[in-house]
Design a protein around this ligand. Structure first.
Ligand code: ASP
Length: 277
């Protein structure tokens, strides 16, 4: 809700919808209030955050993304720079950090990371050492007055992930997909379960065939659960919006909140886990 409100205020003040996406997500990256977004998010197995983010602009078919990036305060801005100022769509790891620094993005000192990596190698030899668990992502879209769609997402990814692991969030068609003709979809949950099914691309395609966003999100959970060895224990959550501004959300195995804003007002809604039919 904080991000939705900040994005709406930015647009009301004259910013573009794309600026709104960046402003809203930057707020959550700064606050660390989600616990899984930005540098205050969840550390990897070596004890420090590696960040994933992406942004998509419907009308231009533009996209930018960063994966496994260290020490950059605003991954969503790095993703936007990749979209606006490079020939590429995705940069990862050291190259993503270098690109962000070259573009003057705010950063923190990462000179202690080698020591953390070394400590992790030692710790890995102790099977009793627990990994931090948990995960979450912020995904934000805007449908502007022209009927154009924009979206972005940002996360520190799954807590305790291996260094170098990239989740679904920066993968277009997995963690986020925007199709300006149809709608947009986003995912949270265990990224490996989302990536293996190109979930947000499929949700958008379901909407293209005429499904309401709610129906498409639920259908995607059932479709994955029907074939995946984990069934409904998958831990995947989807949100979607179509060109008419209709929204939907569905999850397996858990509840999750999302916020919807319209005309300067916003509200938080809750999704119950869908049941096996
Ligand atoms: N999907 C994210 C990841 O696996 C985490 C989450 O959204 O809960 O990195």
């Amino acid at each position: 809700k904080l991000a939705v409100d900040a994005a709406s205020e930015s647009v009301a003040a004259g910013g573009s919808a794309l600026d709104g996406i960046e402003v809203g997500i930057r707020l959550i990256e700064s606050l660390g209030s989600d616990g899984s977004v930005g540098l205050a998010g969840r550390p990897n197995a070596a004890g420090y955050p590696q960040l994933d983010a992406c942004i998509m602009a419907g009308p231009t078919r533009g996209a930018g993304s960063v994966g496994g990036m260290e020490g950059i305060v605003h991954p969503i801005t790095a993703a936007r720079r990749v979209m606006d100022s490079s020939k590429h769509v995705m940069l990862v790891g050291e190259g993503a950090r270098w690109f962000a620094l070259e573009h003057g993005l705010e950063s923190v000192d990462v000179s202690d990371l080698d020591a953390k990596k070394a400590a992790w190698v030692e710790r890995e030899q102790d099977p009793a050492e627990p990994l931090e668990k948990g995960h979450d992502t912020i995904t934000l879209w805007m449908l502007d007055g022209n009927g154009d769609l924009f979206g972005g997402c940002s996360t520190s990814g799954a807590g305790g992930k291996l260094p170098g692991r990239v989740g679904d969030s920066p993968i277009l068609g997995a963690g986020l997909f925007v199709d300006n003709e149809v709608g947009a979809a986003g995912a949270t949950g265990v990224g490996e379960n989302v990536m293996r099914y190109s979930a947000t691309t499929v949700i958008v395609e379901m909407m293209r065939q005429g499904m309401h966003p709610q129906e498409a999100c639920e259908a995607m959970v059932h479709r994955i659960a029907a074939v995946d060895p984990l069934g409904y224990q998958l831990d995947v959550c989807f949100i979607a919006i179509d060109k008419q501004g209709r929204t939907g959300a569905a999850a397996s195995n858990q509840r999750f909140p999302f916020a919807v804003g319209l005309g300067g007002r916003s509200e938080v809604r809750s999704v119950e886990a869908v049941e096996r039919p």
